[in-house]
Design a protein around this ligand. Structure first.
Ligand code: FES
Length: 178
């Protein structure tokens, strides 16, 4: 036994062969049904409280109940888009791909164009007058964004628009409305 293993006064603080001196064997590991239920209720409570903020955030995000505020962003000059044509842009983030379609002299519609089935890019078919997804023949109504053919079940999120000073602007995103 070297000096390091000994206490301050050179004494070993407990008998050398008893390294479990701090475990009280009687009752320390006893867990009856009531104790187990208390522990489970406590664990469930801790879990519920710790996950509550994430659940709230996810709920708000999916339902759009908590309105986000968006900055207006210019998409294109009116003169740059003929009736029946479409132009791609991104909104609100640079990776949020979207599509603006000019349906009439003063009628525009825009949607985020990641397909609501498996995220393939939806494109505007001028010939068909529909928004099409090439991956699994998904089709969306350009006036509402609702799916009308193929596997998609949810509408495309609509990008809200305004026209001002000869240009079209994106002003917000309407999410997951049916
Ligand atoms: S990804 Fe668009 S229909 Fe499947």
């Amino acid at each position: 036994m070297d000096q390091e293993q000994k206490g301050k006064n050179g004494q070993i603080p407990f008998p050398e062969d008893n390294y479990t001196h701090n475990i009280r064997k009687l009752g320390e590991r006893k867990l009856d049904r009531r104790g187990f239920m208390k522990m489970m209720v406590g664990a469930a409570g801790v879990f519920a409280v710790s996950t509550l903020p994430w659940g709230t955030i996810a709920f708000n995000e999916l339902t759009g109940i908590k309105k986000k505020s968006y900055e207006a962003k210019k998409i294109a000059d009116v003169s740059a888009l003929k009736v029946g044509d479409a132009i791609e842009f991104s909104y609100p983030g640079e990776h949020d791909s979207a599509l603006l379609v000019r349906l009439g002299q003063n009628e525009y519609k825009a949607y985020q164009n990641a397909c609501t089935h498996l995220k393939c890019p939806v494109f505007w078919s001028k010939e068909d007058g529909e928004l099409l997804c090439p991956c699994h023949h998904g089709m969306f109504d350009v006036h509402t964004g609702k799916p009308i053919a193929g596997p998609p079940k949810r509408p495309l999120p609509e990008v809200l628009l305004k026209t001002e000073n000869g240009a079209v602007y994106a002003t917000g995103v309407k999410r997951y409305e049916t």
